[in-house]
Design a protein around this ligand. Structure first.
Ligand code: FE2
Length: 375
């Protein structure tokens, strides 16, 4: 089970090692037990696994949450010392690990190191009665890592050490299916460093670039480059702030996360109207755009299959590129620090990221920033 985008190819890709898809995303949070209930009740994930003191792990508790191909792990420290507690103290709740599913973790880790990666975990074999996992990790921006997971000799639930778990109630899924892309925010002047990291170390390709003229409002601007692996299942846009009249949303993120990190995770659905209606009813909060946004949609986007009324009612945005169109919406930050948020996306042919919505979207973000006193 993995979180993958639809396969596509990028011309000239030369992956350092093949990546089958996203294996899991791990969050280090202050109270994983409560976060797990939020992801279950609000987003419709099912609890499938647990690892903690009851299973023989003394320093942390982890909850495995699954919905379709999405696999999230929420982990909290059980004391004030150690890397998890330090990460939570510094960054608040956030993404620690975007793990890759590979066929040969030892070879992948060695190849990445040879090309300049820094190891975050040397290859290690984890065993239980269901077989063995080989796991290693490399560092990326900030305190974020990419674990490299080989599971061809493993038949168990997730990773050795996790035991099956479930809630005594059954939260209905909301139609979330897989990770479409994960966006990182890095400091001013550092975007190209991380673009080069993904090119040199992992063999990714820069498939799209947005300069500060494409992505600007009256107050601020940012630049973004989208990196993709060869099969298109891993897409990492990387943002950096650009000079503007006021503090950009990227600067706000960097200030509150105390450095670079994952800004948003875009999750795919096949029915965004039903998914967003359900998420809203369960308490997920979304950014909204002015009603005038929808007056301009027919002229800007042309004919689409959906009625505009439910899109406007729910605040869903629309954009078109040469290959089709897409529907998308963004949540407010999902913790008190204005850091990580989610995008819900339904692609109808479009392979881009909604550039036509950037201005309306960033103005919506800036209204929230202003309310926080951070614009
Ligand atoms: Fe996005």
């Amino acid at each position: 089970m993995t979180s993958t985008a639809p396969a596509g190819t990028t011309a000239g890709a030369h992956d350092t090692f093949p990546i089958n898809g996203t294996d899991y995303i791990e969050f280090w949070v202050g109270n994983a037990r409560q976060s797990a209930l939020y992801y279950a009740n609000a987003f419709g994930f099912a609890l499938q696994g647990y690892r903690g003191p009851e299973t023989g792990v003394r320093d942390r508790a982890s909850y495995l949450l699954v919905q379709d191909k999405l696999r999230f792990v929420l982990t909290s420290p059980l004391g004030p010392d150690g890397p998890i507690a330090e990460h939570v103290r510094l960054h608040g709740d956030g993404v620690r690990d975007m793990a890759f599913w590979v066929d040969d973790a030892r070879a992948a880790h060695a190849a990445a190191l040879e090309r300049g990666a820094t190891s975050a975990r040397d290859p290690e074999v984890l065993r239980d009665a269901d077989g063995e996992i080989v796991i290693a990790a490399i560092r990326t921006y900030g305190d974020t890592i990419h674990s490299i997971v080989e599971r061809r000799d493993y038949r168990g639930l997730f990773l050795p050490g996790f035991e099956a778990a479930s809630y005594p109630f059954a939260p209905r899924p909301t139609g979330l299916k897989y990770v479409d892309h994960c966006v990182g925010n890095v400091e001013l002047g550092r975007m190209n460093h991380w673009v080069k990291f993904y090119e040199d170390v992992l063999g990714f390709t820069n498939i799209l670039t947005f300069d500060d003229k494409t992505i600007s409002t009256e107050y601020s601007a940012l630049m973004s480059k989208v990196m993709s692996n060869g099969n298109g299942r891993i897409k990492f846009p990387i943002n950096e702030p650009a000079e503007g009249r006021r503090k950009s949303q990227i600067d706000e993120y960097l200030e509150f996360y105390r450095g670079p990190g994952v800004q948003h995770i875009a999750v795919a659905t096949d029915d965004i109207i039903a998914t967003v209606r359900d998420l809203r009813a369960r308490g997920v909060e979304f950014l909204t755009v002015p009603a005038t946004y929808y007056e301009a949609v027919p002229a800007r986007v042309g004919t689409i299959e959906e009625d505009l009324a439910p899109l406007a009612e729910l605040g869903i945005l629309v954009d078109r590129d040469d290959e089709g169109y897409l529907l998308q919406i963004f949540t407010k930050p999902v913790q008190d620090r204005p850091t990580l948020f989610y995008e819900i996306i339904q692609r109808k042919g479009a392979k881009s990221f909604g550039a036509g919505n950037f201005k309306a979207l960033f103005e919506a973000i800036e209204r929230e920033q202003a309310r926080r006193g951070n614009l």
